[in-house]
Ligand binder design. Structure first.
Ligand SMILES: *[C@@H]1O[C@H](CO)[C@@H](O)[C@H](O)[C@H]1NC(C)=O
Ligand SMILES: *[C@@H]1O[C@H](CO)[C@@H](O)[C@H](O)[C@H]1NC(C)=O
Ligand SMILES: *[C@@H]1O[C@H](CO)[C@@H](O)[C@H](O)[C@H]1NC(C)=O
Length: 440
């Protein structure tokens, strides 16, 4: 308690309420929540549904519970051909992968209620946001082409960012995320894909000449660094100006220059993502993350997920080296069995296929609360919609929410969060959020 008082005085003297909230949020870490009987039951029933789901859908995969309530190991059958050799050890990729179910439930449920678009409002609200976050974002990991004129780079970044997020949770209904796997050529999914409300594609994936397999519609395109550098080429892939580009990578001077100075008509946004650890990276997963933050349901096509699929190709080009392909497949299977996505692949091509044993809404809701407690997340188990926020800021420029134009589900959600916007704080202990709340 004395610590809190001290924090309060510090906050008063520094005049920063955000710091107080930040510190109280973090102190939760030192007083772990008691798990109630309901919490244990919720996690147990999550595990039990999850195991049944994996064995009924995983085409040979099995889920085995680990030592604690969160551990789960996904095992491929022993005859699985492991194609990928670890370049460091020279060993083939293993056949079993350990995941933390609590982490997955808590983090993905947060993704569904937050925004994945980087805004000015976010950087303004972050303590020292422009100097630290924005500066790192421009230069991170880059030795070539780093920003030489700080003022100029900041100005460019500021030019490309929207003030507030352009999209809301649940703004769209049924969404499809289409990957680039060569196995897309095995099934004519084109018509089915065109039936979704929005379609998210990745990098330089062409549409023309492949429409029977990949459909014609395209709403968003998620770009990694390589594709973003060739923004003008990507812009030519689809009806000029019609796709919205979401760039997932950090940006540097050259990219900022391209966004403004080459004549493309597409809207361009930068992605702000949650971090999921090494099991989950790459453009495919980021595309799912983006879709989950704006859609009711997310269906996945064109990811190499079937067991026994040996080639590692793109539908429009020759084979390329993949990374830990089996681990990725297991991760997607986990997402399907948590009810986050539905997988469509050559072996799961029936559009009416039902994923059995997906934990229902109330099981997920209860397991999410229990998971937050186990993980000692900021605001764990709180009924307050902004309970998980370790930084809270009033929106400075009153945000006119276009509530009238939104789908019912999005309006309901806006009411629940009382108009606040939740941003993931990537490297924050307890995975707190930065939230902006409307002025009262
Ligand atoms: C950096 O950019 C700013 C804004 O465009 C300009 O005024 C300034 O002269 C530049 N500084 C250097 C050292 O080039
Ligand atoms: C489609 O096929 C035509 C004829 O083979 C070719 O000229 C064109 O470049 C192809 N388009 C794409 C996007 O691959
Ligand atoms: C997300 O929002 C819904 C209401 O739209 C709420 O029921 C749910 O508890 C929220 N989840 C989290 C993790 O805040």
């Amino acid at each position: 308690m004395r610590f809190l008082q001290l924090a309060f005085i510090v906050a008063l003297t520094s005049g920063s309420a955000a710091i107080l909230i930040y510190i109280t949020g973090v102190t939760n870490l030192y007083w772990p929540h008691q798990l109630s009987d309901e919490d244990f039951d919720a996690l147990q029933s999550l595990h039990s549904d999850f195991q049944k789901c994996v064995s009924s859908n995983g085409l040979g995969l099995q889920a085995v519970s680990g030592r604690d309530l969160c551990d789960v190991t996904l095992k491929f059958p022993s005859h699985t051909n492991s194609k990928w050799m670890d370049p460091k050890s020279g060993e083939p990729e293993g056949l079993s992968f350990k995941f933390n179910l609590c982490e997955a439930v808590a983090t993905w449920e947060q993704v569904r209620n937050g925004t994945t678009i980087l805004t000015k409002e976010f950087i303004d609200a972050l303590p020292n946001g422009w100097e630290d976050y924005a500066w790192q974002r421009i230069n991170k990991g880059i030795h070539l082409n780093c920003c030489e004129n700080k003022t100029l780079c900041m100005e460019k970044l500021s030019l490309v960012l929207p003030e507030t997020p352009p999209y809301f949770p649940r703004q769209f209904g049924r969404c499809a995320v289409v990957g680039n796997s060569g196995d897309l050529l095995k099934t004519r999914f084109g018509k089915e894909i065109d039936g979704y409300d929005i379609v998210v594609r990745e990098n330089g994936a062409p549409i023309q000449n492949y429409t029977d397999y990949v459909g014609r519609k395209s709403t968003f395109r998620l770009l990694n660094r390589g594709s973003a550098k060739a923004l003008d080429k990507v812009a030519e892939l689809y009806d000029a100006g019609k796709e919205v580009f979401i760039i997932k990578t950090t940006i540097h001077d050259i990219m900022a220059k391209m966004i403004r100075e080459i004549p493309i008509r597409n809207p361009v946004y930068l992605m702000l993502g949650a971090s999921f650890g090494s099991a989950a990276k790459g453009t495919g997963l980021k595309a799912l993350e983006f879709a989950l933050s704006i859609c009711d349901t997310v269906d996945m096509y064109g990811f190499t997920v079937d067991p026994g699929y040996k080639e590692w190709t793109r539908y429009f080009s020759e084979s390329r080296q993949g990374h830990t392909p089996l681990q990725g497949r297991a991760y997607y299977q986990m997402m399907e069995c948590l009810g986050l996505i539905k997988i469509h692949s050559p072996m799961r091509a029936d559009p009416n296929r039902i994923v059995k044993w997906v934990p229902d809404h109330s099981t997920i809701a209860a397991a999410r609360i229990a998971s937050e407690k186990v993980l000692r997340r900021v605001g764990a188990g709180s009924a307050d919609p902004v309970g998980a926020c370790s930084i809270v800021k009033k929106q400075v420029k009153g945000k006119p929410i276009r509530i009238s134009g939104l789908r019912m589900a999005a309006v309901e959600h806006q009411k629940y969060v009382e108009g606040s916007t939740m941003y993931p704080l990537e490297h924050n202990p307890g995975h707190g959020l930065l939230c902006t709340v409307p002025p009262r």
